[in-house]
Design a protein around this ligand. Sequence first.
Ligand code: NAP
Length: 283
Amino acid sequence: MPQIIDGKKIAQEIKDEMKIEADKLRAQGIIPCMAVILVGDDPASAVYVGGKRKDCAYVGIESRAYELPKTTAEEELLTLIAQLNEDKNVHGILVQLPLPGHMDEKKVINAISPDKDVDGFHPVNVGRLCTGVEGFVPCTPAGIVQLLHRSGIKIEGKECVVIGRSNIVGKPASLLLLRENGTVTMTHSKTENLMDITKRADIVVAAAGRPKFITKEYLKKGAVVIDVGIHRNENNKLCGDVDFEDVFEKVSAITPVPGGVGVMTRAMLMYNCISAAKREELL
Ligand code: NAP
């Protein structure tokens, strides 16, 4: 019977650990604070922001909400970010993506101070991750590594295959697995003979954004499978990039969807925000 990696339980553990850290910071007069900026009225984004603010409240992080209309000029958003960069009481800044079409996402992300970039998307933090310097790591890949560690799954020396090379999942996940001394192959839509590559893997991270794409033919017996994908199937139920039922008998451990990677992303945001507030402690 494969191990079902319980993201819900692990995410709760991390949030509880962060709550203790937040209490310690408060005892020293530091109130961890995250500014959450939402531009426009995209319902999915509003739900994500609501969830993040709920987690902040649970952990004991003050969340400051900035809800700007869809028509906000880019310059206005950049001015707000500049003010928040300067505000010593704000430790983390999060701009909910996607932004309205008239805004340049790269420019906006680059405007956030790298030391407040709790999403880990700023090029300085990407560079820190590449060169092994401490910095903010994007939340979803950071969550993947926590899931593996806290489930007793060894990464060091293992053959890890990441399917996908996006800036928010595939690339940082590959770099993190490498940092953990995995032997990493990053694959993408132009990869030839994907199945031959994934079949070698001890650990497969599926982040292709294709529902139920990974079937048992892609895996070796006993592989560990981390499913990052989130989709709605034909019955409007959530499913991942992996065909869970099909691969179940072949794997040694697997993350479910929902209740696997998805819930970890928000927990790791709390981790990043507490890390940002701890830097004030060191100043
Ligand atoms: P993305 O930006 O669309 O990237 C998908 C990646 O998969 C690309 O690098 C693409 O290659 C590659 N790919 C597509 N088809 C492939 C194929 N047939 N074989 C091999 N590689 C293939 O998606 P993303 O933002 O990384 O997200 C991936 C999935 O994770 C989505 O389902 C998304 O909803 C989910 N997600 C979940 C969380 C969470 O919190 N759980 C967070 C973020 C994303 P090219 O580069 O060549 O196009």
